[in-house]
Structures are given as structure tokens and as C-alpha cells.
Design a protein around this ligand. Structure first.
Ligand code: SF4
Ligand code: SF4
Length: 348
């Protein structure tokens, strides 16, 4: 398991160019130098040299990060900031009381027992025997509240697919490092096999699986649906807008897929690809900043006057709902759930 010291070469690669400041949503809002990678790396270099200790203040600044990865896309030194911040977090929490509680809650037994409650709402396995073999990676959100899993199983029988299901662990995104390594090992074993695609309906799961190995062919199920010769017919005209989750590598499938939806108009929201501000633990550690970001996101989406807000990650659905708290708002759902609302699915 990697420690902070293992990342010293990466941290030293930071040229302090400040490009990350131009794109970091937290820096844009707070103007705090320590909120962005550049500032955090200056502090961590001090820790590595022994000039600084990993104090609560440094912990606070490391937690002031959405782990959205936006800065990495623009970083000329291509530093994987999220991996580094995760390792630092592990280092300062591993022996703390809080760290022990997190470890207990994320342990195999407690975590999986909790998720097991979702069995009550789940659609059974579907029988498919098509020619394209899809392995479905079902994320934790679906294990607990299988709304998009049920939608996916309503749609797929109309397509020429063979859907394979396995008993996967959590993808690891929300887990501490020790548990992450454990679930990664178990999931990698289950992911072996001869499949055309590994599909998921959650952007965070997709990004986690892609991080396991470059060799896995993981796509969002919508990417597959967009490539098929089928159309989704809605009897009533609908306007939709979209929030792109940070973890969704590409949304290139969105417009082709919505073009296959009859009677549906897409209206792009301002900053549709900016983080929703929830980011799990970020919202717990930085509630005021998180709320401001979710409210900004909600207002941008509401300005489109869309009937339905679409996204591709359960955490973003929570974030957008938070932004609308106390206000009347359009329905917010995973794209797959929206497609399952179609009145008919026909050949083109
Ligand atoms: S963009 Fe990369 S190299 Fe430039 S300051 Fe930020 S982290 Fe450092
Ligand atoms: S990962 Fe996102 S929130 Fe964190 S420093 Fe980079 S751009 Fe800012």
C-alpha cells in the first residue's frame, strides 16, 4: 500500500505553474491557495522534508478537495492528485479514533450487511441470450436502492445482449485504502472472462474500474445504447438537461443517445460539466462550501426550464437534490431511468 513518501517524485514534479487554480472549482469559490493542488503540494513538500508535521491544519486543507480530478486534466506535469490526497488521508487517519470507526463501518461484514437491505426492492435477474456479452458491474447505490438497475433490466431485453451478473464488491471509491486494496483484488478476479463490454450505470464505478487496470473494457451502459439501432419513443414532448459527473470520463454518447429519443429536446445547462459540490466526504467536512456549490449547480440546471434533470452518478443525484432543498424542482434521475420511461423502444 502506497504511503505519502512513495509519492515524493510526483509531488516534486509540480512546477507551481498555477494552471490548477484556473480550473479548480473549490479555488474559484474560496480563492484559498491551500484549496488547490499547487498549495497542497507546497505543504506536502514541507512534510516530506521534515519541516512540517501532518497537523490538523494540513488535514483540513487536504480534505478541502472534491477529488474531482479536474486539475489533473490541465496539469502539465500530469500529477495524479487524487491518488496522492487519498494516501495522505490514509496516513493521518489510520491510527486515529475516527479512522478506526471508518474501518469498522467499511469492514466486509458491516458494509455488506447494510447494502443487503436493498434486496427487498430489487428486480430479479433477467433472462437474456443475445449475441453481445455484457458483464454488469452493479454499484453499491444499486445494491441499496436499485432504481437504475431495475430500469436497465427493463430496457435490455429489447436489445441483442446477454447480460451477465456477478456478486461484486463495492468499487472502492468511498473506501479507505486498506479496504480499497481488498475489494480491488476481489473485483479483479470476478472481472476476468470473455465479455464484449463491462457495463455500469454509475460514473464513479466506471472510473474506479478503469483505475484498476487499463486492460478492462469498461463503459457506461448509455454508451452501448447510443451505438444501437433502436429508438426510445416518448408520447409526450419532454425537455431534458444534463449534469456531467466529474467521474464520467466522456459524455460523447449523450447527444447521439438523446437524438434517438423521439419527442425529447435537450437543453445544455451553464457549466453542465462543473462538479455538483457533493463529493461524499467533502460535503461532510466542508458543508458550507458544498452547499454553495450544490445551490449554484441547481440554479444553472433550473435555468434551462427542463422537465427532467439527467445525470449518471447516484452521488450527483444526492448533490443536486441538496442544491434544490426546500424548493420545487424538476425530477432528477439517472439517464437509464429516463430511458426506461419511454413508451416504446423500436427498431430504427
Ligand atoms: S497544474 Fe500541476 S504542475 Fe501546475 S501548479 Fe498545479 S499541480 Fe503543480
Ligand atoms: S481534484 Fe478537483 S477539487 Fe481537488 S484540487 Fe483538483 S480540481 Fe480542485
Amino acid at each position: 500500500m502506497k504511503r505519502l513518501a512513495d509519492f515524493s517524485d510526483d509531488i516534486n514534479k509540480c512546477s507551481k505553474c498555477g494552471k490548477c487554480q484556473e480550473v479548480c472549482p473549490v479555488f474559484k469559490l474560496t480563492k484559498n491557495d491551500c484549496a488547490v493542488s499547487k498549495g497542497k503540494f507546497i505543504m506536502l513538500q514541507g512534510v516530506l522534508k521534515g519541516d512540517l508535521r501532518l497537523t490538523k491544519t494540513i488535514e483540513k486543507y487536504v480534505d478541502l478537495c472534491l477529488k474531482c480530478g479536474k486539475c489533473r486534466e490541465f496539469c502539465p506535469s500530469d500529477i495524479d492528485v487524487c491518488k496522492i490526497f487519498k494516501a495522505v488521508k490514509y496516513e493521518y487517519s489510520k491510527d486515529s479514533f475516527f479512522g478506526e470507526i471508518i474501518k469498522f463501518l467499511q469492514s466486509d461484514k458491516v458494509f455488506n450487511e447494510f447494502l443487503g437491505l436493498g434486496k427487498l426492492f430489487r428486480r430479479h435477474k433477467i433472462k437474456t441470450s443475445g449475441s453481445v456479452k455484457l458483464l454488469y458491474f452493479k454499484g453499491c447505490a444499486n445494491k441499496f436502492y436499485p432504481k437504475s438497475e431495475n430500469a436497465l433490466k427493463k430496457i435490455l431485453p429489447y436489445f441483442d445482449v446477454d447480460l451477465v451478473e456477478k456478486d461484486f464488491e463495492c468499487c472502492g471509491v468511498p473506501l479507505c485504502l486498506e479496504r480499497y486494496e481488498e475489494v480491488k483484488r476481489k473485483n479483479l478476479e470476478l472481472l476476468q472472462g470473455d465479455y464484449d463490454y463491462i457495463v455500469t450505470d454509475c460514473a464513479s464505478c466506471q472510473s474506479a474500474l478503469a483505475d484498476y487496470s487499463d486492460e478492462l473494457n469498461v463503459i457506461n451502459i448509455c454508451q452501448f445504447l447510443a451505438s444501437q439501432n433502436k429508438k426510445f419513443v416518448f408520447d409526450k414532448p419532454l425537455k431534458v438537461t444534463f449534469h456531467k459527473p466529474c467521474h464520467l470520463k466522456s459524455d460523447a454518447f449523450l447527444k447521439p443517445l438523446l437524438n434517438k429519443c423521439e419527442n425529447v429536446e435537450y437543453i445544455e445547462a451553464k457549466d453542465y460539466d462543473e462538479c455538483c459540490g457533493f463529493a461524499g466526504e467533502f460535503a461532510l467536512k466542508n458543508p458550507k462550501i458544498s452547499l454553495m456549490m450544490t445551490q449554484q449547480k441547481a440554479s444553472n440546471l433550473a435555468a434551462t426550464n427542463a422537465d427532467i434533470i439527467l445525470t449518471a452518478c447516484p452521488a450527483c443525484i444526492i448533490g443536486i437534490n441538496m442544491g434544490f432543498l426546500g424548493k420545487k424542482h424538476p425530477k432528477i434521475m439517472n439517464i437509464v431511468e429516463f430511458l426506461a420511461l419511454a413508451n416504446r423502444i423500436n427498431c430504427i
